[in-house]
Design a protein around this ligand. Sequence first.
Ligand SMILES: [Zn+2]
Length: 261
Amino acid sequence: MVRSGLASCIYRGEALQGELVIDAHTHLGVFKDYFIPKADAQDLVAYMDRFGISKACTFAFAGVNSDFRYGNDLVAQACRDYPSRFIGYVTLNANYPEELVEELERGERLGLQGIKLITAYQGHPEETERFYPVYEWANARRKIILSHQWGRPEYLSELARRYPQVSFHIGHLNFAYAPVVRRHDNVFTTTTFVPWPGAIERAVREFGAEKILFGSDFPDLDASLNLGPLLTAEISDEAKRLILGRNMERILKEHAGGNVR
Ligand SMILES: [Zn+2]
């Protein structure tokens, strides 16, 4: 286990300092199935500071299977309150197909920069045709779309080919997608849900360090679960810096309208 370089903060019990850390998968607000006290924007910023997380791509739990407009408004407010700390994503609900593009347009006006999909929690398969208007809309505007999962690897591969201007992010680490991630410049995986030793080393071997984005799923999962194995992985500090924030920084410049503070 590596104890020097970027990993040394773990043994000192201190936050990362002077590093660009962008969390590609985080949540705002409460959720009916989890107990998450202190999950508003102010609490999340304090939580990020504890670890040295610079910025968080965040989406609301409200909207996963309740009021998506309310949830997206919460995210927009968090981005207004902490413009240098949050990159807001619009959460869409597959149960309201006639409102998808309308909500994307509304989110755009609110300054939200990415799109979050989680159809499995809404009673629809990932491969639903309902989202084709969403992909068209996102492709025309070079948006990021993060989905909990993307269905069959071949399906994600087809989407990546048909919508080359979209940056497709896989919401949870799933090695079945590794060939698709390597094949397409516009497909990336997050590290989200990595509690086992060796997973990061394997991810770097199978996906490539430049295609992996740190994502912790805080506050419902603890960021330490994800940062620990990443910081202590037997990979170079340079590879760790790509995963921690440099890859996402480049994507945000190309896919979030260039207005990332
Ligand atoms: Zn999540």
